[in-house]
Ligand binder design. Structure first.
Ligand SMILES: *[C@@H]1O[C@H](CO)[C@@H](O)[C@H](O)[C@H]1NC(C)=O
Ligand SMILES: *[C@@H]1O[C@H](CO)[C@@H](O)[C@H](O)[C@H]1NC(C)=O
Ligand SMILES: *[C@@H]1O[C@H](CO)[C@@H](O)[C@H](O)[C@H]1NC(C)=O
Ligand SMILES: *[C@@H]1O[C@H](CO)[C@@H](O)[C@H](O)[C@H]1NC(C)=O
Length: 499
């Protein structure tokens, strides 16, 4: 299969072109496009074919020069454009273009047809996407993001997009449950954590149903959806997008999707005794964060500031909650090995892990009074908390970090918040924080007083069940993603936040 196409990658092209009125030697060899200034000052740009998103003839009418008027006859084109992406900063990709001009139109035609056929060989690139835009989310920026950033780039890359502007909650979910999805290469949303959660829930539920699996059964092995998922941040909270892309930059997210590389994301299912309650990819939290989400709902009129307001209230209240936690343990120690970065070896080694192989050895029971209990799936970093709740959690290793924050003093709570907002410190180092790595766990509220019972904050949704079971599903979703680069230590934006 590969061999018939090998020859196309052996092609070498070498010509001279004019770029920005200067003469450049341009060559294509070993999947790399290079343009080099022939006269001083020398400059050389090298571009892997994987960073090229499109190669097109430039119509002469766009040109300021006086070339022959183009009548749609392709062979008379004397300029072509390479549309490409570059990594400008850490984790940030930008779209760029370069126009190459030659007096020989046959030379231009050769380059365009050759480069274009190479791009056609990149089979992982999506050609047809189902896209959902939440027009109400966050600062109501969804549609503008789509029109100004997403659509133009998708058009350049030649990706066909079927757009739905969601009109109500569960609109996207209902479409994913009912429509014929066979023609799509992926599902993309422009929105926040809530929109992503809906897509994730819809896609997993649909796939389970198509395969005759009952998701209410906690022991079931959920089948992996065929469609890859893309996340373009446009909500009031973009935790998942930030975790995955290492930034909330919109263009970067679109570029990840167009380039078409993907990685597995762990998803956890949350159950009560009888029923599946939800899936989540980032964090589920009981106690402090649950109370904030419940309390802030009374102050919706405040906008996003309500989280800070309720956070302050709950921070000063410093309430503790009695719970009993049962953890499936294999090795009792949490490995504080490494963060989950690009080409993570830990995630790669877990790819084929099934629930049988990771069979539970024993259950560990913990009882106590806690400020909060978190089940973190991603590291859950956000721009306000660069290392997140659980910096060493891996994106696709099939494990959850259960982070237990003991009920202590307000001063310790302050230390916790300061540590969360620091890029250099980890909450693992705090003496009143315990972290356990597991594949499944249950939590039961054991307070007698109703006022001592909190609620669960599951990706921003409130769950009132006081006895739940959580299970991780290794790399259940494929996410469009080129990999996160290691952080530079000197970047240390300090901030203070309650979430
Ligand atoms: C879904 O669409 C594909 C192609 O568009 C078609 O082949 C297939 O039969 C459809 N499936 C259903 C269940 O309608
Ligand atoms: C579990 O949750 C479902 C859906 O919310 C609810 O109908 C059911 O009563 C709950 N079961 C228990 C035992 O709490
Ligand atoms: C659990 O422990 C057993 C024996 O200690 C080991 O063989 C197995 O690989 C472990 N499973 C996981 C998921 O770590
Ligand atoms: C989500 O759950 C899966 C199962 O552990 C886990 O592998 C993944 O790392 C988790 N993500 C988080 C956030 O824990």
């Amino acid at each position: 299969m590969e061999s018939s196409n090998d020859s196309i990658w052996d092609i070498v092209l070498l010509n001279t072109f004019i770029i920005s009125k200067k003469k450049f030697k341009v060559y294509f060899h070993r999947k790399t496009l290079i343009w080099e200034r022939e006269t001083p000052p020398h400059s050389r740009t090298s571009l892997p074919v994987n960073d090229i998103i499109a190669v097109k003839y430039l119509h002469n009418s766009d040109q300021s020069c006086c070339c022959n008027v183009d009548n749609g006859v392709e062979s008379t084109h004397q300029v072509f454009t390479v549309h490409f992406v570059v990594q400008e900063k850490q984790n940030q990709w930008k779209y760029k273009r370069v126009d190459l001009e030659s007096s020989d139109h046959r030379q231009v035609t050769t380059w365009v047809t050759t480069l274009d056929s190479m791009l056609t060989e990149l089979k992982h690139r999506p050609k047809h996407l189902l896209m959902f835009v939440n027009p109400f989310g966050g600062r109501k920026r969804g549609l503008r993001i789509y029109k100004e950033v997403v659509k133009p780039l998708m058009d350049i890359a030649g990706v066909k997009v079927d757009l739905t502007i969601t009109q109500r909650s569960n609109h996207a979910r209902d479409i994913l449950l009912e429509d014929n999805l066979t023609e799509y290469d992926g599902v993309v949303c422009v929105g926040g954590d809530g929109t992503f959660s809906e897509i994730m829930n819809g896609l997993i539920t649909r796939t389970a149903r198509d395969n005759g699996v009952d998701p209410n059964n906690v022991a079931c092995d959920l089948p992996k959806p065929n469609l890859r998922v893309g996340i373009i941040p446009g909500g009031s909270t973009d935790t998942v997008a930030y975790c995955i892309h290492g930034t909330t930059d919109i263009q970067t997210a679109v570029i990840h999707i167009i380039i078409g590389e993907s990685a597995g994301l762990d998803v956890s299912s949350v159950h009560n005794q009888t029923t599946l309650l939800c899936y989540y990819a980032s964090v589920i939290s009981y106690g402090y964060l649950g109370d904030i989400i419940r309390d802030s709902d009374n102050f919706r009129w405040m906008g996003p500031k309500r989280y800070d307001f309720s956070g302050m209230k709950k921070f000063l209240a410093n309430q503790g909650y009695e719970v009993e936690i049962k953890l499936a343990v294999n090795s009792s120690k949490t490995e504080e090995d490494s963060k989950c970065l690009k080409d993570c070896k830990r995630c790669a080694s877990q790819k084929d892990l099934t629930s049988d192989e990771s069979s539970v050895q024993e259950w560990k029971v913990i009882q106590g009074k806690f400020l909060m209990v978190n089940g973190a799936n991603l590291s859950c970093a956000c721009p306000r908390s660069p290392n997140g709740i659980s910096p060493y959690t891996h994106m696709g290793d099939g494990c959850l970090d259960v982070v237990l924050v003991k009920h202590t003093s307000i001063l310790n709570n302050l230390r916790l918040l300061l540590t969360l907002s620091s890029r250099l410190k980890s909450i693992y180092d705090l003496p009143f924080v315990d972290v356990h790595r597991t594949t499944q766990f249950s939590v039961k509220a054991v307070s007698r007083e109703a006022t001592d019972v909190s609620v669960w904050n599951c990706d921003g949704e409130v769950l009132v069940d006081t006895s739940i079971f959580i299970r991780a599903h290794c790399q259940l979703l494929q996410i469009f993603f080129r990999g996160v680069e290691p952080c530079l230590e000197e970047e240390n934006p300090r901030c203070f936040c309650f979430l």
